[in-house]
Design a binder for this molecule. Sequence first.
Ligand code: NAD
Ligand code: TYD
Length: 355
Amino acid sequence: MKIQNLLVTGGCGFIGSNFIHYIFRQPDFEGRIINIDALTYAGNPFNVATVKDAYGERYHFRRIDICDFPSLESVFADFEIDAVCHFAAESHVDRSIKRPDAFVNTNIIGTFNLLECARSKGEEFLLFHHISTDEVYGSLGPDGAFTEETPYRPNSPYSASKASSDHLVRSYNRTFGLPTTLSNCSNNYGPYQFPEKLIPLMILNALEYQSLPVYGDGKNVRDWLYVEDHCEAILTIMKQGRRGETYNVGGATELENIAIVENICDLVDEYAGRRAGKAARRHLITYVADRPGHDRRYAIDFSKLTTELDWIPRETFSSGLRKTVSWYLEHRNWVADVRTKDYQRWIEQQYGRMP
Ligand code: NAD
Ligand code: TYD
């Protein structure tokens, strides 16, 4: 790849940090990564703690909010940014129901700011890759799958804000000729995912014999992709994807939530063993009130990515879930850190308060 100075936004979050580890392992990537992240509750500098030692001057981190346009302009100038891989977002649907404002600011205004900075670079700018979600397409009935032609019908403030950012990206390609690619991916799982999303939350609650809150009847369906497969798909699209195009990314693994939670209970029983006097962890499953506007089913047709760019997911759900459960059991300090308020205080001491 010709890219020399790749700006990764949200590189301390779940997928962004996995991507930074992944791209530095690729022998044909010789450029620098400039990671900007506001370090919200979901951003954790420890996710990339080893990267500076391993890659030295090829890695830089700045604590920046993508809503802060002057700071973004400085980073684009100082590091001569020639490409962007944009992960930074507010990403949790339940939070978007409680406090949609941060979603509108970060996901829409933040993306707009990045697009403007990229546009101002003119001809020297090589690529803006935007990471999005299959949730922009809305909810499916029992049959069918989202294709790249499916009309957008977002149902949550999260998916609406992502849909809006996708449209902005598309418009900057069509109107200004900005070289863009866009990927809409299904649910990811794997190491470094903040324990508010279904899989890590259930692993940790199961481990601690806390109740496992399953929304509604537990029969909502998601398609699941191991995070490293997503990273490979992103890099493939960045390298070979047609500019101005959208690619769906999926795991060909449609599962009801309840099946996943049961699977996790069994794995945690197997790995951690049962406490004396405790029943199998499946007994912790508790059906709770449904999420408002809860999309029933997502399924993704990623045949365009397979046909055009020869990408398929490598990990099976069974092996990926085993790896993930093991990772959370082996990284209890990471879990303890991201759950404490002390940790946010530590970030402020290290990086200062955000304006
Ligand atoms: P995450 O919540 O784990 O990480 C988001 C990161 O963005 C955090 O490090 C956070 O500090 C940072 N951030 C938030 N607001 C910011 C701001 N204003 N300025 C700078 N940084 C900010 O999210 P994730 O799961 O890694 O998702 C990454 C991207 O992938 C998002 O755009 C999301 O919409 C998309 N996506 C996620 C999934 C999934 O299953 N997790 C699936 C498809 C697409
Ligand atoms: P989540 O991980 O929040 O991802 P998304 O809403 O972006 O798909 O949720 C995945 C599914 O799991 C979704 O159908 C909601 C459900 N869910 C629960 O049943 N209980 C929970 O505690 C959480 C967090 C999610």
